[in-house]
Design a protein around this ligand. Sequence first.
Ligand SMILES: [Fe+2]
Length: 291
Amino acid sequence: MLDFPALGFGCGLRVPHYEKFLTSPSTSVDFIEVIAETFIDWTDGTRLCSREILEKVRENYPVAVHGVSLSLGSQINLEHLKRVKSLLDEIQASWFSDHLCWTGTQGQSQHDLFPLPYNEEAIRAVVENILRVQDFLKRPILIENLSSYVSFESSEMQEWEFLSEIARRSDCGLLLDINNIYVSSRNHHFNPQVYLDSIPFERVGQIHLAGHDDRGDIVADSHSAPVCDAVWDLYAQYARRHGVKSTLIEWDDLIPPWERLEAEVLKAKSVAEMNYGRPAKTLASRTAAPL
Ligand SMILES: [Fe+2]
């Protein structure tokens, strides 16, 4: 039985806002997401950021951990997974998510998220990896849909069928990135509403919203801008038709001042409330349990 807590409306923890959380941690956001690779130890013993900021944030907020290099579509690096587990246990993370993609082979990450062919062979390989990961972490994980720019001739089904079937067979949760669905729908010419309506709502534990770079003939997932109107419309439609899950604004490049990011999170809350027809307090159960 999947049971991801309703955390409300949050944002990612990024360096320009560290000072804000260290000096006056109280904000309007309900939860924080951190990138796993920023806070784990690497094989050479280095760590990108000190855990001091993470511990400070965790005193005041529930924290979801998001990975970018698990490579569920190729081989799992067990040493990497051990480091992720130790981070999750140490901060009592609300959940762990990573992407439905591959990032490299033989344990070497290329630091990018590469798409998979949507076919039975890939389903079996990914499901085997997710089951291994969940068994090791002793918890269900959430997998996130990518934005993509190429497709494979060997694909036998639509992306939403691929994602749903993998989630069903591995009994994992889903992190539904509505901006990624929009970006891919423009690049591959499908109807994003069909995608959203095909995803099993009961498996969705979190939603991502973000901005992108619209170059007309191609749309790039840049996380460098506010959420666009078309993505807000899809989110509103999703809330009306299906409901609301913990929702997070991703803003990773051209990062604005804290107040601008906070306003974007509050906009998500207001769009969700308006379209779901319930006040925010029933959409979130903020649980910053002390460590
Ligand atoms: Fe995302």
